[in-house]
Design a protein around this ligand. Structure first.
Ligand code: ASP
Length: 331
């Protein structure tokens, strides 16, 4: 049987067993299982890694539990602005949308940019217009609305705060000046942070890798802030020579550290294994800087890594034998 495997995440952060009800935990785990299974079913029938990645991400985008698609967080103006990207490890083709407001499934928006345009990224109205022209399903703002997210915005709207949290309601990170930002001890940036971005990386039976990431970004974000998720090389990267990667966490750090590409580069140029490369980036580079988050990654042999330097990360994976793992906390 040809090798194939898939791995997904639904965001990293201060996800503690004590602050999670058994009912909510069940809901998260069920949705993660549904998502990983959606991609697995495609791969097991000989489908492409790209199709599997898009299918798994769509399940999470359609669920208000995660900060992507339906249930995305609100920006300062009370609007949803969504970012997504996808990359094909075989061709190194990539597509992304940033600040999209009406695409029902932003990962599909990223995919049409990759497949139907000569470009890599469309932003704002242009992203929505292109997706509409390509016949993608569009939605009114009411579709994306989630009461819990709206209340999170009301709590912090009038303060100079932006939260990376999609669900705790705890005002999170106070934007510091860059120097303080780099050296901020964990406590100074608030408790209860969760990064609700979703992502997937897959290896198909033909040996092709793909990765994708989708997010609503950060609550109360202003001025068209764009995180790492739609940035190829930062939030998402795939290369058949090495691995496929999707990240979640404090986007500014992931952009500055070019995280997803760095994992691939450490494998390509330094000969590290997937395990070593992902550990190096998440634990030895991001963590000392205060760059909270994690990533999921898969290599050409179907090895999987899911490191994170936060308390938890929603994650799941499945290999060719149908063996699956669904996890939230540190084990
Ligand atoms: N990385 C995302 C961003 O900074 C947030 C997340 O992972 O939830 O926009």
């Amino acid at each position: 049987m040809e090798n194939f495997a898939i791995v997904i995440h639904g965001g990293a952060g201060t996800i503690l067993r004590d602050s999670m009800s058994p009912e909510l935990e069940k809901q998260y785990k069920a949705k993660l299982s549904e998502s990983v299974k959606a991609g697995y079913d495609i791969l097991s029938k000989g489908g492409t890694a790209l199709d599997a990645v898009a299918a798994s991400i769509k399940v999470l985008e359609d669920s208000p539990l995660f900060n992507a698609g339906k249930g995305s967080v609100f920006n300062h103006e009370g609007k949803n602005e969504m970012d997504a990207s996808i990359m094909d490890g075989k061709t190194l083709m990539a597509g992304a949308v940033a600040g999209a407001r009406a695409i029902r499934n932003p990962i599909d928006g990223a995919r049409v940019v990759m497949e139907k345009s000569p470009h890599v990224m469309f932003s704002g109205e242009g992203a929505d217009t292109f997706a509409r022209e390509q016949g993608l399903k569009m939605e009114e703002p009411a579709y994306f609305y989630d009461e819990k997210r709206w209340q999170q915005l009301q709590q912090i709207k009038d303060q100079e705060k932006i939260t990376l949290d999609h669900s705790s309601g705890t005002p999170g990170w106070v934007h510091p000046k860059d120097a303080e930002f780099l050296h901020a001890p964990d406590d100074s940036i608030g408790a209860g942070k969760k990064f609700g971005t979703v992502g997937c990386a897959a290896l198909d039976k033909k040996g092709n890798l793909a990765a994708g990431t989708s997010t609503g970004g950060m609550t109360n974000k202003k001025w068209g802030r764009v995180g790492d998720s739609p940035i190829i090389g930062s939030g998402t990267y795939a290369n058949n020579k090495t691995c496929a990667v999707s990240c979640t966490g404090h986007g500014e750090y992931f952009i500055r550290n070019v995280v997803a590409y760095d994992v691939s580069a450490l494998m390509e140029y330094k000969g590290m294994t997937l395990e070593q490369a992902t550990h190096e980036v998440v634990m030895n580079k991001l963590k000392p800087q205060g760059g909270e988050g994690g990533l999921i990654a898969i290599d050409t042999k179907g090895n999987i890594a899911m490191p994170f330097n936060t308390a938890g990360m929603y994650r799941a994976c499945m290999n060719k034998d149908g063996k699956s793992e669904v996890k939230i906390y540190k084990e």
